[in-house]
Design a binder for this molecule. Structure first.
Ligand code: G3H
Ligand code: 13P
Ligand code: ZN
Length: 330
């Protein structure tokens, strides 16, 4: 058993309090490999932003959980070496069992999500409470979820949104003791967040998605004043990356995300954690495809992963500075 405190990591409590008071959101970026980690840390150091490093079950399988944990420990040292001791949280994204959450807590995670959103309400409450009771003994913070996002929730596929029911949130938070609540107000995982028939098209023919349900968010805030709210599925799917991918041998059809203005608006509310994974995937893929097409003889991984890392860093800095408002808050 290792405590995250020995590793120089922090939980989300203080971060979220400051974010709500300051009207911004903390970026929660997923990572699976060294280049993503380097880009996240160097961007957040340069932007002077606190950051949540997220590890999904898929990331644990892909990269090995022990290695990821040591990478997060390395991230703390890397940030210091770059010149700024920014607050860094190591968070389990979409934990689906008590055992998985416990294993992450025992190996040094400072925060976990238990995602019981697809379970019947009472089972979600019971599972979430079990995780909270364990986590809080070690001052590890816990994110729960009410409502189901359309798209793919990790390995659980949800065809349609089930928006969070504001009338359930007080009961859920008081029965479970969670530190933050992920809600469903129209965001969705992946790069195809909406079907074309759900969208309109602007003058350039670009898909415009239906707006987020800010009315539901406002009702939740009314029920839980000052309580930390989390938005999953918050990539914006920048069309410039989609274009580069598709003009360099890719085939992404009808990719559409959440407009940045809406995320900026959400960040000013009780939404204090915004999850972004797909945009990073798009940035890396666009950069790598470009190198391969422009220079087909290239075979040194540093020559394509390096540009991918540079593009990722640019993207993450943009998120902190222009979308979430977390720049300068470390
Ligand atoms: O919400 C899911 C995250 O984007 C992680 O995705 O399960 O493919 O690692 P993953
Ligand atoms: P995106 O697929 O929109 O990046 O969402 C990521 C996420 O919610 C991770 O939990
Ligand atoms: Zn998610």
């Amino acid at each position: 058993m290792v405590s995250y405190k020995e590793l120089g990591l922090v939980n989300t409590r203080e971060m979220f309090k400051k974010a709500i008071d300051g009207g911004y959101a903390i970026p929660a970026f997923n990572f699976n490999n060294m280049e993503q980690m380097q880009a996240i840390i160097s961007a957040c150091v340069e932007a002077s932003s606190p950051v949540i490093l997220q590890v999904s079950s898929g990331a644990r399988k892909y990269a090995n959980q022990t290695l990821l944990r040591y990478m997060a420990q390395g991230a703390v040292e890397y940030a210091k070496e770059l010149g700024k001791n920014i607050p860094i949280c190591l968070h389990l994204d979409h934990g689906n069992s008590f055992e998985l959450c416990k294993s992450c807590i025992d190996m040094g995670f400072s925060s976990v999500m238990i995602d019981g959103s697809h379970l019947p309400y009472d089972e979600n409450v019971a599972l979430t409470k079990q995780v909270v009771d364990y986590a809080h003994q070690f001052d590890v913070t816990v994110e729960g979820e009410l409502g189901v996002l359309a798209g793919v929730e990790d390995e659980v596929s949800a065809e349609h949104h089930t928006y969070t029911r504001p009338e359930e949130v007080v009961d859920f938070v008081s029965k479970t003791g969670v530190d933050s609540l992920a809600i469903s107000i129209g965001t969705s995982h992946g790069a195809n967040k909406f079907k074309p028939e759900q969208c309109t098209r602007n003058a350039e023919g670009i898909l415009v998605p239906p707006p987020l349900r800010f009315d539901i968010l406002a009702e939740i805030e009314k029920q839980l004043p000052g309580f930390p709210i989390v938005l999953h599925g918050s990539s914006s799917v920048p069309q410039e990356y989609v274009k580069i991918i598709n003009t360099h041998g890719g085939a992404l059809k009808d990719a559409v995300g959440i407009p940045e203005e809406q995320l900026r608006q959400a960040a000013k509310s009780a939404v204090c954690k915004i999850n972004i994974d797909s945009d990073g995937r798009l940035a890396m893929t666009a950069a790598v495809r470009k190198v391969f097409v422009d220079n087909p003889a290239e075979f040194d991984p540093r020559k394509y992963l390096g540009p991918a890392r540079d593009e990722l860093k640019k993207l993450y800095m943009h998120k902190c500075e222009n979308v979430l408002g977390s720049a300068g808050k470390a």
